[in-house]
Ligand binder design. Sequence first.
Ligand code: GLN
Length: 245
Amino acid sequence: MKLSICHLYPEVLNLYGDRGNIICMEKRLNWRGIECEVTKLGIGDTEDLSKFDCFFIGGGQDFEQEVLLSDLNSGKGQELKSAVEDGKTFLCICGGYQMMGHYYKTYDGNTCEFLGAVDFYTVGSKTRMIDNYAFQLGEESGGSTVVGFENHSGKTYLGKGVSPLGTVLKGFGNNGEDKTEGVRYKNVFGSYSHGPILPKNPAFCDMVLQTALERKYGKATLEPLEDAFENAAHDTVLEKILKQE
Ligand code: GLN
């Protein structure tokens, strides 16, 4: 078995080591004898996007998000939307997550018209939502707890037809108001969690990989790995976050 992962805009969307998520996916596949090929696709690069099984998009500041708009509008955006509808797996973090929605209206009044691949929108607020945080994945995404770090001014509001990725246990999540965090639509996983999110949340990493493998090969069972260190990191951080004032 083999997965082809496309790392989109690695040169501009890579806050807080988000690319660690790629390393984590690659390792957890290789440890199970599954091949993984990673292709970096930057601004101006063209490729047939239908050949990828999985896409990773990291986070970035408002400025970087604005820089990407013309590239998205040059055709890449349409291809990404088709890939979403085709059931391809996406892991999108913060600025990359916002990019999948309809638009992001920044606090200083600029509107970035985004992909509209998933039904939600984002509006910038005066106060940034910054801290370690935790949430519980929805059942369709495995139900485990996830620990992470958020830093965004954008407040995201989901449309009626899409589900949140999870429910906030501590912190802000999508908007600090409705306890939702991230989005799950088909095989798109969007989250505000930098950190990177996957190494200290191995169950979530496997859930993401599983969707890509099942999409490609039908049934796919991921052998359990020896995750003692990963789980200890997750549990320690979770305990600390839940105790935070
Ligand atoms: N610019 C966006 C916001 O502040 C995303 C920031 C990020 O990716 N950390 O809401």
